[in-house]
Design a protein around this ligand. Structure first.
Ligand SMILES: Nc1nc2c(c(=O)[nH]1)N[C@H]1C(S)=C(S)[C@@H](COP(=O)(O)OP(=O)(O)OC[C@H]3O[C@@H](n4cnc5c(N)ncnc54)[C@H](O)[C@@H]3O)O[C@H]1N2
Ligand code: MOO
Length: 420
């Protein structure tokens, strides 16, 4: 088999495609997608001068005369304070013009309508735009939208985000011996890749679109590869040289280009990356489940990350703390648990077993002839990033007109009374 080096194979996969078109989606539907343009502040943060503490907004030198009370959410702009005036104020409420500082309750003495205490000018007042002025770019394009990015976008006034459309992935699971339920009989094997793939695909920033199972049949495989409703097709099994392994022949039949026809790594060397004449990509994952996981992290993740418009993640490194024997020609992928800056091999890493990887939180990349230096780590997906998105994602192209604007939510607060 004509193998490509592990790092080079990843570079091919990252450079094979371009980010998909941009779409505007409601905030909740954007989790996991990548920003297609920088996130810009639509309003300053804070949006107005406001109190940072509960207490009194005071003007001039004390003692001060109480002239009123302002709470967060009060309508209108409060009246300007004259020197010697104080208003009782709640955290987040608008500080009136003329106020020099907010004096917290615990530092104030109040006698009837008179307030006294020591102030520092400007203290406990958050000025309009002091965290971030309007128009400021706060995050670059390519940032993956996580729950914190959503919260930030909301606080900056966004109702929708412009993100790259997620790539759709079709999954073809091959093998006459595979069973999807129960304990397999002699000669049968429980499908372990089918259940693992959707979460991996979501974690990589893409959308599992459909899946199909076929026996080891060349024409069924060609037919599955002709399904057009996905940008990327993942084929599990059938990558090797056996009589039932039809993927390479099917790709030749379809006139595919195959820039990666095997990768110099263990496990996972029969994996491949191809592009069909209509521009769709095919990633072949070896049938052994741990080899399939390695191949997904090697070829599928960089390909999907690029199509999804994600910035390439910075390389993580660690010191391997444990015995690892390098391969003389190939890169080894070893499941590890991270403990501080060290990575501990967890074992159980035979090509057919997911036990080690399931107990690990990363795969260590051990180059051929490795002599104890730091190694690169590929993080394994966390459960939360592999979950389906919380709301359906709208596919409206950016700038498609007001008729399809998402419904504006009411900005009124409903009051709720609690207690007796
Ligand atoms: N002559 C050679 N034989 C093999 C080579 C080689 O280079 N020359 N490579 C070996 C390696 S390494 C691997 S990995 C496998 C890859 O084989 P395929 O991708 O063609 O997959 P299959 O032959 O269909 O299956 C291999 C193995 O995995 C089991 N399997 C398949 N699909 C699943 C699934 N969805 N869930 C769980 N287990 C699955 C299958 O039953 C086989 O046991 O080829 C070697 N041979
Ligand atoms: O990819 Mo195979 O060992 O390398 O299972």
């Amino acid at each position: 088999m004509n193998s490509t080096g592990w790092h080079q194979a990843r570079r091919y996969a990252r450079q094979a495609g371009s980010p998909l078109p941009r779409v505007d989606v409601p905030l909740a539907g954007a989790v996991g997608a990548a920003l297609a343009q920088p996130l810009v502040a639509l309003s300053p943060l804070p949006a107005y001068d406001c109190a940072a503490m509960d207490g009194y907004a005071v003007a001039g030198t004390g003692p001060w005369r109480m002239v009123g009370r302002i709470l967060a959410g009060d309508p209108g702009t409060p009246a300007e304070l004259a020197p010697g005036d104080a208003v009782e104020i709640g955290t987040g409420a608008m500080v009136p013009a003329g106020a020099d500082a907010v004096l917290p309750y615990e530092r104030a003495t109040r006698t009837g309508r008179t307030v006294s205490g020591e102030i520092e000018p400007g203290r406990h007042v958050r000025r309009r735009g002091e965290d971030c002025p309007a128009g400021q770019q706060v995050l670059p394009a390519g940032t993956v939208v996580n729950p914190v990015v959503l919260g930030l976008a909301a606080s900056l006034g966004h109702d929708t985000l412009t993100v790259h459309r997620r790539p759709r992935v079709g999954m073809v699971v091959t093998g006459a011996e595979l069973r999807t339920v129960g304990i397999p009989a002699a000669g049968q094997v429980r499908d372990a890749i089918g259940p693992m793939l959707p979460g991996l695909i979501r974690d990589a920033g893409a959308e599992p679109a459909w899946s199909t199972r076929i026996a080891d049949d060349a024409s069924a495989l060609v037919a599955a590869l002709l399904r057009a409703d996905a940008e990327v097709l993942v084929v599990c099994g059938a990558t090797s040289a056996g009589a039932a392994d039809h993927l390479r022949r099917a790709l030749d039949t379809l006139g595919a280009e195959v820039p990666v026809r095997g990768v110099a790594c263990r496990p996972g060397h029969p994996q491949l990356l191809a592009s069909l004449p209509d521009g769709r990509f095919v990633v072949g994952l070896p049938g052994n489940p741990y080899a399939a996981l390695v191949a997904a992290l090697t070829l599928l993740f960089p390909l999907l990350g690029r199509l999804a418009g994600r910035t390439e993640p910075a390389a993580l490194t660690a010191t391997l703390a444990g015995p690892v024997t390098p391969h003389d020609r190939d890169t080894r992928l070893v499941p590890v648990a991270r403990v501080g800056s060290a990575a501990l091999p967890v074992g159980h890493d035979r090509p057919g077993s997911l036990w080690g990887a399931a107990a690990a939180d990363a795969l260590a990349v051990v180059p051929p002839g490795w002599a104890g230096a730091e190694v690169e780590l590929l993080p394994l997906p966390a459960a939360e990033t592999a979950l389906p998105p919380p709301a359906p994602v709208s596919r409206r192209p950016a700038g498609a007109g007001a008729a399809t604007e998402p419904a504006r939510q009411s900005d009124q607060v409903t009051s709720v009374s609690v207690g007796p």
